[in-house]
Design a protein around this ligand. Structure first.
Ligand code: SF4
Ligand code: SF4
Length: 388
């Protein structure tokens, strides 16, 4: 496999460091920074208003204990880690954020936001959880308009339709590049490593297209060269793995490391730290750009929605595109919605696609690594036998 990392040469360090430097530059210029936790935050509204988004910290095991000092311990690690970062004042992105934009995705997060709202101005976007209902679209558009009004009143910023249209175009151009990059993970000889997928997501989420497209173009050239040279990630014959489920990053990447150690190659990450935020464009219409933004965000197939049939449609599309041998559904401990939905995902994967399926429930702590290794190793071994 290609040993030179795709991003670290460019960014002289981890993507988080690069993103922080980018945010601090904006801060020095006097720009407003707003923190977010979730894929439902409509970043184009921020950007159209000249507000810079910062993705807040949520993926470290070492902040879970501090989170548990405030929250019940039987919550998902993402929530406890997020709270712990705030309690210990160790998230640099939160430190420089002047407001937090939150969403009512799940009960734990919703209630955690009450604590965070004591520290920063906060707008909680109230999601309609049955997005297909006809009243949901109009309601959600009202929420997006209200978010804009909140940002206007707190920061004295404004955005005209032309600004929103430009922000939509900017996102679409960036997202197309990101999806082209992810396409290299899905080649017959995969050329993009899972850690590079995560780096891409962490850089491309807070940065605008104008800020990152040039860099993405360079990385696309590097990937094209890699592919042309026949350099591949994983051994020939390695079972191809599609990841779906809860967002996985930080200490939860133990799962990805085990998949790799056990001989698998990750060809797709169908989650919010994967292709999910990048794969559907926003309609470039003149008239009501806010409505186009609202429509796109409401279509995100998160398990907080019911019945979330769109997840199965998008999962099918990703399976057809990336041709996995195994689908691994990673559910964070105590994430009830992804956990409950898993049996439906399993049925869909097995019956519609005839693909091996494995569900994993895990958290950020390293304690279950041995058990995960056994289960993942067995699933990949069986996949290999089926392939031969
Ligand atoms: S999985 Fe759902 S709750 Fe989590 S970031 Fe994505 S959209 Fe938000
Ligand atoms: S992983 Fe599940 S429980 Fe945790 S914050 Fe996301 S939706 Fe909520």
């Amino acid at each position: 496999m290609e040993t030179k990392p795709l991003f670290n040469d460019e960014f002289a360090g981890a993507p988080a460091k690069r993103v922080l430097a980018h945010l601090l530059k904006h801060k020095e210029k006097g720009d407003v920074i707003a923190g977010t936790y979730c894929g439902y935050a409509p970043l184009e509204v921020f950007r159209a208003m000249g507000i810079v988004p910062a993705v807040l910290c949520a993926f470290a095991n070492n902040t879970v204990a501090a989170g548990e000092a405030v929250l019940p311990s039987n919550l998902c690690p993402l929530i406890k880690s997020s709270m712990g970062f705030i309690e210990t004042d160790t998230c640099p992105f939160f430190s420089i954020s002047q407001a937090v934009i939150a969403e009512t995705t799940c009960d734990g997060k919703k209630k955690m936001f009450e604590f965070i709202s004591e520290r920063r101005p906060m707008y909680v976007m109230n999601l309609p959880h049955i997005p297909e209902r006809k009243e949901a679209a109009a309601y959600w558009l009202g929420v997006v308009r209200d978010l804009k009004a909140f940002l206007e009143s707190v920061f004295g910023k404004n955005a005209e339709d032309a600004d929103l249209e430009a922000a939509i175009k900017d996102s679409n151009e960036k997202n197309r590049r990101v999806m082209r990059m992810f396409g290299y993970a899905a080649l017959d000889a995969p050329a993009l490593h899972w850690s590079e997928m995560l780096d891409t997501v962490f850089l491309a989420t807070p940065l605008s297209g104008a800020e990152i497209n040039g860099i993405l173009d360079e990385k696309l050239d590097t990937l094209a060269e890699r592919a042309a040279a026949g350099r591949r990630i994983g051994d020939p014959g390695a079972p191809r793995v599609l990841i779906t489920g809860s967002p996985v990053a930080g200490d939860a990447v133990k799962v990805y490391k085990i998949i790799e150690d056990e001989g698998g190659v990750i060809v797709e990450i169908d989650s919010c730290v994967g292709t999910k935020p990048f794969r559907s464009g926003i309609k470039e219409v003149t008239g009501d750009p806010l409505a186009a933004i609202a429509e796109r965000y409401l279509s995100i197939p998160c398990s907080c929605m019911t019945p979330n049939l769109r997840r199965m449609e998008e999962l099918s599309a990703r399976i057809e595109k990336t041709k996995p041998d195994v689908v691994i559904d990673v559910v964070l401990h105590a994430c009830h919605s992804y956990n409950i939905e898993s049996s439906r995902v399993e049925k869909h994967v097995r019956e519609k696609h005839g693909i091996r399926f494995l569900k994993i429930v895990t958290d950020y702590a390293p304690g279950d690594a041995g058990q995960l290794k056994t289960r993942i190793g067995a699933a990949l071994e069986m996949a290999k036998q089926e392939m031969s």
